[in-house]
Design a protein around this ligand. Structure first.
Ligand code: ADP
Ligand code: MG
Length: 552
């Protein structure tokens, strides 16, 4: 009778469950799984570090709707992957970690790379389990995939020991569960929909916050219909950007602080009132703000701020319900209110404040001037990855997104080092779109060796480094002894473009902003990967903020 081995069964189960991409680093004992994945028709991308592989897997999950897989060796490979499991959990993005493990019959003996892997993965996962028999692989894969995408998405982890990978079973004992269906979409109670609309109607200064949960839910058509029907001002969260066009006339992005501080009724959809949203609390929010909250996770309701109306369920389904309920109402938020005027004035004031930096052509350049050219250059259908403290924060305000799920950044966990993994995932998932990374020099360094990966696969990634020679800001004057350097110091003018050239990509070094646009155009015209290394003034910074970074 013909037998099937564990590696093949794992690969076939993943494929059956709609896992199309696997990112990993091979070695003992998982090499056969990577090979079997390729045979099964899963795209395998060999990375340089499990950490970036784990970031890539979750970005693929967010972009496609099915989890990406991350394959790692035992022990330290799994430890490196923990970073990605944690990031996926925090972002509510689906991924499935697959960790090889030392043979079960050597447990407790001090085996090569022996580690309590399920135990250490568990705090960072919705579901984590070891596979104890070859024939149970299809069962566990279906369970892990379903857990990662049903309800609030997140990370799953499967532990597979060497003897299970190489072990065999009779295929008849290992039935393949059918592919778990797309996540079911739950609706809210009709009376809560009515209460939500009544609350919005009673507002003097209403605001809608659109988060990345709505992007994940693919609710863009419903959200656009809702905003255009009600004419409510909206604010996109960092990765909720693009669910509606950032340049939409109802976007209050350019008056964010004022809109949050003064709104009296806020409809939070698919976003959390966490640090990114200043906990929904004073002084960043109105003390008396009334909250309508839409979330797939009931446990999230009322976190930090009491919720007046809770809409628990799927974003696309519920906003669709609301739109339906609106057909029997005449109401929309009127034009010409004092609130609309205040928002427009704040937006104009902010624009005026940054204009001098945008117009400053001196060399070395500043963030706003560099981003002016990047903005004019980036095509609307490009995926934009943003990483680095200033580079990401300023980039978020200066680089608009017109379409959903085209912005990836450090996210809820504020993780530096996600960039190259996200770039690789986006380029693999969207071979037809330009993938643009706008990164700081420090952020690039966390996973810079993946430049070899983008070159090896000849991905059309365009990496723009805003290079100030430091973590956060750069250094004006380097002391004679490098050990006296401020801790943030990096090499000023480091030639990251030559790293790209070293592996066969195209590199550009820009010292004067007058040369930036031509370099960007040449990078885009080049078919494969390119890196544009832009020297920034070490003191380039953000415009003065009313509240300091990370203030509540
Ligand atoms: P952002 O960073 O954009 O503010 P968060 O990650 O803080 O977004 O919040 C996203 C929220 O979206 C989470 O609370 C999550 O439970 C919720 N969510 C996830 N999937 C869905 C869905 N299909 N429908 C509605 N909400 C969802
Ligand atoms: Mg820097």
């Amino acid at each position: 009778m013909s037998k099937i081995d564990g590696a093949t069964l794992m690969a076939q189960s993943l494929k059956e469950q709609g896992v199309e991409y696997m990112f990993g680093v091979v070695g003992f004992p998982v090499q056969p799984i990577a090979a079997a994945a390729q045979t099964a028709g899963i795209k395998y991308i060999g990375m340089r570090n499990e950490q970036t592989a784990s970031y890539a897997a979750q970005a693929a999950g967010y972009l496609t709707g099915r989890p990406g897989a991350c394959l790692t060796v035992s022990g330290p490979g799994v430890v490196h992957m923990l970073a990605g499991l944690a990031n996926a959990q925090q972002n509510c993005w689906p991924m499935i970690g697959i960790g090889g493990a030392s043979p079960t019959y050597q447990n407790g003996m001090g085996a090569f790379q022996e580690e309590r892997q399920v135990q250490i993965a568990s705090p960072f996962c919705k579901f984590a389990h070891a596979i104890e028999h070859v024939h149970r692989i299809p069962f566990y894969v279906e369970l892990a995939v379903r857990q990662s995408i049903y309800g609030r998405p997140g990370a799953s982890y499967l532990d597979i020991a060497d003897d299970i990978i190489r072990g065999e079973c009779d295929p008849a004992t290992a039935p393949m569960p059918p592919r778990s269906a797309e996540p079911p979409r739950m609706q809210a109670m009709p009376e809560d929909v009515e209460r939500a609309l009544a609350a919005l109607q009673s507002a003097e200064k209403p605001l809608v916050i659109v988060g990345k949960g709505m992007a994940w839910s693919r609710a863009e058509d419903e959200v656009r219909a809702f905003i255009e029907r009600t004419k409510l001002p909206f604010l996109a969260s960092p990765m909720g950007k693009g669910v509606l066009d950032d340049n939409h006339p109802l976007s209050v992005g350019a008056a964010r602080s004022l809109a949050l501080k003064e709104a009296d009724v806020i409809f939070v959809m698919g976003a959390r009132l966490n640090w990114i949203m200043h906990y929904g609390q004073s002084p960043r929010f109105n003390k008396k703000v009334r909250i309508i909250q839409l979330d797939i996770s009931p446990e999230a309701i009322g976190n930090n701020v009491p919720t007046e109306v809770a809409l628990v369920g799927d974003g696309k389904a519920i906003v669709g319900q609301i739109n339906q309920a609106l057909t029997s109402r005449q109401w929309f938020y009127p034009d010409g209110t004092a609130w609309r005027k205040a928002i427009a004035e704040a937006a104009e004031k902010n624009a005026r404040q940054i204009q001098p930096q945008i117009d400053d052509n001196s060399a070395p350049t500043n963030y706003y001037r560099a981003l002016k050219d990047i903005r004019a250059w980036a095509p609307e259908h490009a995926v934009i990855v943003g990483e680095g403290a200033n580079t990401m924060d300023i980039g978020r305000t200066q680089l608009p997104n017109a379409k959903p799920r085209l912005r990836l950044d450090a996210g809820t966990y504020g993780t530096m080092g996600i960039g190259m993994g996200f770039v690789i995932a986006a380029a693999v998932v969207h071979p037809d779109r330009p993938v643009i990374s706008v990164t700081g020099d420090s952020a690039l360094g966390f996973s810079g060796m993946e430049i070899e990966t983008v070159c090896r696969y000849n991905l059309g990634a365009k990496i723009v480094v805003l290079n100030n020679g430091g973590i956060g800001s750069g250094v004006d004057q380097y002391p004679a002894d490098p050990f006296d350097n401020p801790p943030r110091a990096l090499i000023y003018g480091a030639r990251y473009d030559k790293m790209m050239e070293a592996f066969g990509g195209k590199g550009f070094y820009v010292e004067d902003p007058k040369d930036l646009r031509a370099a960007l155009d040449a990078a885009m015209a080049h078919k494969g990967p390119a890196l544009v290394n832009v020297k920034l003034h070490p003191n380039a910074g953000r415009k003065q903020q009313e509240f300091g970074w990370l203030t509540t």
